[in-house]
Write a protein of this length. Structure first.
Length: 87
């Protein structure tokens, strides 16, 4: 079965770093705020922006969970990290 356009876009977004996704999201917001995009383009931009926002939120939650897994010794020194189980 062939991948749909939305599947391809979703896979492309999942491969982005947080910083790259955020930069794309900022560009989309600027385009939408300018009011220069046609209606159909605005809808497509909005859909991509929503997917990028969700991706950024997922990346942030994973980073937050990883930071919380850092273990501390009795003296407050970081002793290492524990494996992160995101799912």
């Amino acid at each position: 079965m062939a991948a749909t356009k939305s599947d391809i876009a979703k896979n492309e977004i999942e491969g982005l770093s947080f910083e790259d996704a955020l930069a794309q999201l900022e560009k989309i917001v600027a385009q939408l705020e300018s009011g220069n995009a046609a209606l159909e383009d605005s809808i497509s931009l909005y859909e991509r922006g929503t997917a990028l926002k969700a991706h950024c939120e997922t990346r942030l939650k994973a980073a937050e969970a990883k930071v919380e897994k850092i273990t501390l010794s009795a003296g407050g020194e970081a002793t290492g990290t524990q494996p992160l189980d995101v799912e």
